[in-house]
Design a protein around this ligand. Structure first.
Ligand code: DSN
Length: 434
């Protein structure tokens, strides 16, 4: 492994050694956590740049500190690239990550303890979509919906019925554990029928949308939020896109002088955050620049081809997948019929160097701390350069482990060596390349 970070190595060898240790671990294992990826060296360098030293509370041309002329150029470049990537009217790039972005949405469109319709975490949603132990479930009332326990698919007629009966003020469409396309047009019809704001949380799939491999929610939704470190391959951060005008201004904000875009900006700063992380905003600009290149389209398409092929190989060997397959980067392996749990399986995979996470699957009767499923994704493997034939190799390792359960320790140990050897033929950005 190349020696990096010479100053850090000299001044703080303990942290330096831990960074190198994690890098070595990642370079010899398969990063299959569906929400992770490898950022490019350019993204890493911008994240680690001297822009970290500047306070810039406020927005471009309206800061509360002097000396932000260059910082304004950085943030404007980031905003303009992001708007170009998604064809959005308005963009805010200051949310520190996905949950802060979603918190700002509540502050921008919810007045009190109104109803928010979203998927609970155990049905594939996110903490911030109204889950009971999150602020969004404590301060607001969640109206839950989720995929069918039988098919694993969203049932739009049922979603419409729930929305009409409950009349939520806001509807989240978006998921952390749903491998199929979301029909934003249908959601938009439903939201319009009940005068609800429609918000898409595209954290998992924003890179696939940016690369043109999945349809965009931007034309259909009032607001779209995302993280930037998943399929987008940026730094750990978040953003919010929205329409300038609020179509419900008369109904919900008749006396406000602020349109939707202005309310989003005010919710992020000063509503929830102080100084933005301009080094990270610069790194986001780099990632959005990468997403605008033609090769990013190839990347996004290959991520999905890889996930589909991996799924087909697993199904052929008798492994059940929620919904039977995938349209995205994500697979949900369904072990409801097995004696072993999702956690048993993700532990066995990790011992083999295949790093994924245990996850609830539709119709799961087990508790969230064990689950019956394993969630995995192909974003990082595709960034390493893996293609369909590599997915066949990955599938054969997974199958060997499943066959050896409930005690796969010997098989996992054997595969651990094979995985490490296999990884050597790929360049892992940020770990091995110079
Ligand atoms: N933690 C993310 C995930 O793994 O899906 C969601 O925020």
């Amino acid at each position: 492994m190349p020696e990096r970070y010479p100053h850090l190595k000299e001044q703080d060898p303990e942290i330096y050694a831990l960074i190198q240790k994690q890098a070595a671990y990642e370079a010899s294992t398969l990063k299959m956590i569906a929400s992770e990826n490898y950022a490019s060296y350019s993204v890493l360098e911008a994240t680690g740049s001297s822009l970290t030293n500047k306070y810039a509370e406020g927005y471009p041309a309206a800061r509360y500190y002097e000396g932000n002329e260059v910082i304004d150029e950085v943030e404007n470049l980031c905003i303009n690239r992001l708007k170009q990537v998604f064809g959005a009217e308005h963009a805010n790039v200051q949310p520190l990550s996905g949950s802060p972005a979603n918190s700002a949405v509540y502050r921008a469109v919810m007045a009190g303890a109104e109803k928010v319709m979203g998927m609970p975490v155990n049905l594939g949603g996110h903490l911030t979509h109204g889950w009971k132990v999150n602020f969004s479930g404590m301060d607001y009332t969640q109206v839950p919906f989720g995929p069918s326990p039988e098919t694993g698919l969203l049932d739009y007629d049922q979603i419409r019925e729930i929305a009409k009966a409950e009349r939520p003020r806001m509807i989240w469409c978006g998921a952390t554990a749903y491998p199929r396309r979301i029909d934003y047009e249908k959601f938009a019809e439903i939201a319009a029928e009940v005068d609800a704001y429609l918000v898409a949380d595209i954290a998992h799939i924003s890179g696939l949308i940016a690369g043109g491999a999945l349809p965009s929610p931007v034309p259909y939704c009032d607001i779209v939020t995302s993280t930037t470190h998943k399929m987008m391959r940026g730094p750990r951060s978040g953003f919010i896109l929205c329409k300038e005008a609020d179509r419900y201004q008369e109904k919900y904000y008749p006396t406000s002088k602020f349109n939707l875009a202005k309310r989003i900006d005010r919710a992020v700063f000063p509503g929830l955050q102080g100084g933005p992380h301009e080094n990270v905003i610069a790194a986001m600009a780099v990632a959005f620049g990468e997403a605008l290149k033609p090769e990013f389209k190839d990347y996004a398409a290959q991520v999905i081809k890889n996930a589909r092929h991996l799924g087909e190989c697993l199904v052929k060997e008798g492994i059940n997948l929620a919904t039977g397959g995938t349209d995205t980067h994500m697979l949900l392996l369904d072990f409801r019929k097995e004696e072993f749990t999702g956690k048993d399986m993700s532990d066995a995979l990790a011992k083999a160097g295949i790093i994924a996470n245990f996850n609830m699957v539709p119709g799961d009767q087990r508790k969230p701390a064990v689950t019956s499923g394993v969630r995995m994704g192909t974003g990082a493997l595709t960034t390493m350069g893996m293609k369909e034939k590599d997915m066949e190799q990955v599938a054969s390792w997974i199958v060997r482990i499943v066959r050896a359960m409930p005690d796969a320790s010997a098989v996992s140990a054997q595969i651990r060596g094979e995985v490490a050897e296999y990884c050597k033929q790929f360049k892992v950005p940020g770990l091995w390349e110079e």
